[in-house]
Design a protein around this ligand. Structure first.
Ligand SMILES: [Zn+2]
Length: 175
């Protein structure tokens, strides 16, 4: 199984800071377990200062900003428009494959680590069909969003495998 032997222990996952053009990418990196800063209201100075303070790898699509970043900062210039290829660029730029056990451990909206939600408490928070068909639930204590495993998790795992070992013709990939 592809994801069962991560290169690094999960707690050593690189932390990231994405620029304002990379919202969709940031969301998916969080789903894959990366601690990823993103805000569409931060300016370059805030992003740079924050990334330096927490030793985060900067992700940017902005050539001018990328040039402004010094050699001592870690940064990856994202070339592609499609988030699918952008994820590939990040994984290859970091030389790090996120371990599958970290998928869905972080809120995709606000980056906060998720807490397990006991099944009996989930009943009031999710649609009836979801409650009947799902076993495991989690929630974000910051924004209140409830998560459950199932199709999304399966989709993310399949997506990552496809990113690492592409099999489909490129024009068929989701954008
Ligand atoms: Zn949240």
């Amino acid at each position: 199984m592809l994801m069962s032997k991560p290169e690094n222990p999960g707690n050593l996952m690189p932390r990231l800071a994405a620029d304002c053009m990379l919202g969709k990418l940031a969301k998916w990196l969080r789903i894959l377990g990366f601690d990823t800063w993103y805000s569409n209201s931060w300016d370059e100075g805030e992003l740079l200062a924050g990334a330096r303070a927490e030793a985060r790898v900067i992700l940017t699509r902005d050539t001018r900003f990328f040039r402004r970043i010094s050699d001592s900062d870690r940064a990856i210039f994202i070339e592609n428009d499609s988030f699918w290829y952008q994820i590939r660029e990040v994984i290859s730029g970091l030389n790090f494959i996120p371990p599958a056990e970290r998928f869905f451990t972080r809120c995709s909206l606000c980056n906060h680590p998720l807490l397990e939600l006991p099944r009996e408490e989930a009943q009031a928070r999710v649609p009836e069909y979801v409650f009947r068909t799902q076993e495991h639930f989690a929630f974000c204590s910051r924004c209140g969003r409830t998560y459950w495993s199932g199709t999304h998790q399966k989709m993310a795992k399949e997506m990552l495998e496809e990113i690492l070992f592409p099999s489909a013709p490129e024009q068929n990939l989701p954008r």
